[in-house]
Design a protein. Structure first.
Length: 390
């Protein structure tokens, strides 16, 4: 796997706490892959193991086909970017960016402030370092900031300096641990755009840790969703959103959160919701217990539903205005009285009042079904038309 990262059966425990339970994952050369998951799921630990900052108990890491397990962090040709930037406060931005090059190109003697100048090659190397620092500073539009110390920079500028320091060595891969989480919301959205653009320009492999699924979904080629030290699903953002492998994945990805409703199955594979037979059939022998629906799959229903659609009644509890979108909260009139959220169109909101009785409808093809273990089950094409929905 030239340029990619192979992660094979990685296990890690801190004392009695098992943090990674046999994680395997291939990061392709040049891809932007996010490790996303709830706090404590082990994503930072996995990144630190790739970087060599933490030692795994079992399993192997290879970068560009080369085993890394016995190499020090600096021998791995990867650059880490952290949430707290990790800049040296007493150095200027330029000196911070130059540090990795100074460390790799100058000997210990050549780095000495006075004696180092006695080395005949020192000046030529220093000029080369300065040129490389200017090149990355230009790419990140921070040339004007090179003489400032970190304390004189904004959060976004500091993050760019940290990125420049990572880029200057031209590493095989960038490993980023929540690099945007110290920035305010507006700057975070802007930096997301910049990071995606940087990734396109550099064509390097990016592994990006975040607990923010929106960040992961908007920037990544692929997302690995982790929970409890395992990868629950690896796929493109669209795959995770449209075909979640488990209820946990379905519930983690997407905002507002996917709606879930309890269902039962009869002996013939028919699916029932609150006593209603739905136009959905399961392969014989498979039973589902949960039905899940994305908020955008649910529509306000005025008049008769289109054939084949499922209709539910409820009371509109609240309308939430999010600027460009409006979310309706509906308490359903079913015995397991569940609350669901759905997207309302601008023109629909005018005629609605909180507390009002409304009907909603959805299409069976938009339904996700899960068994008692929370795993996805595919329905069969519907076997017979049911009068109540036809
Ligand atoms: N050096 C350590 N010593 C002991 N326990 C640790 C150490 N580093 C991490 N842990 C524990 O390992 C688990 C996973 O931590 P990790 O930082 O990898 O999670 P994470 O998914 O990145 O979470 P977050 O998003 O909160 O950073 C946590 O329970 C954490 O407390």
């Amino acid at each position: 796997m030239a340029g990619g990262i192979s992660i094979a059966n990685i296990e890690k425990a801190f004392g009695a706490t098992r943090v990674l339970s046999g994680v395997s994952l291939d990061v392709r050369e040049g891809e932007f892959l996010s490790l996303v998951g709830p706090s404590g799921c082990g994503k930072s630990t996995l990144l630190r193991i790739i970087a060599g900052l933490e030692r795994q108990d079992a399993g192997n890491i290879a970068i560009a086909g080369k085993p890394m397990d016995h190499l020090l962090p600096r021998e791995r040709n990867v650059a880490m970017v952290f949430q707290n930037y990790a800049l040296y406060p007493h150095m200027t931005a330029g000196e911070n960016i130059a540090t990795p090059l100074v460390m790799s190109r100058l000997s210990l003697f050549e780095r000495l402030p006075l004696l180092g100048h006695l080395s005949p090659r020192r000046n030529a190397i220093a000029a080369g370092v300065a040129k490389d620092v200017r090149r990355v500073a230009q790419q990140l539009h921070i040339e004007a900031l090179l003489d400032r110390r970190p304390g004189q920079l904004s959060g976004g500028q500091r993050q760019r300096v940290a990125l420049a320091r990572a880029m200057v060595r031209e590493p095989a891969a960038f490993l980023m641990d929540e690099p945007l989480s110290n920035l305010d919301a507006k700057l975070r959205v802007h930096m997301r755009d910049e990071l995606s653009e940087l990734h396109r320009r550099l064509g390097a492999t990016f592994v990006y840790v975040t607990h923010d699924q929106v960040e992961a979904m908007t920037m990544s080629n692929r997302v690995a969703l982790m929970d409890g030290g395992e990868v629950l699903q690896l796929g493109t953002p669209t795959e995770l959103y449209a075909r979640p492998r488990s209820l946990k994945v379905a519930e983690f990805i997407g905002s507002p959160t996917i709606n879930t409703l309890p269902v039962t199955c009869d002996a013939g594979g028919g699916v029932h919701l609150a006593g209603m037979r739905l136009p959905i059939d399961m392969p014989l022998g498979l039973r589902v217990t949960k039905l899940a629906l994305r908020p955008e799959a649910i529509k306000l229903s005025a008049g008769r539903s289109a054939p084949g659609q499922i209709r539910l009644s409820g009371r509109l509890r609240r309308i939430e205005h999010h600027g460009a979108e409006r979310i309706g909260h509906l308490t359903l009139e079913i015995p397991e009285a569940s609350s669901i959220q759905f997207r309302l169109q601008a023109e629909e909101v005018g005629g609605l009042e909180e507390g009002q009785a409304v009907d909603v409808r959805f299409h069976p093809k938009d339904v996700h079904l899960f068994d008692a273990a929370g795993m996805r089950v595919e329905a069969e094409p519907h076997r017979q038309a049911h009068r109540e929905y036809a």
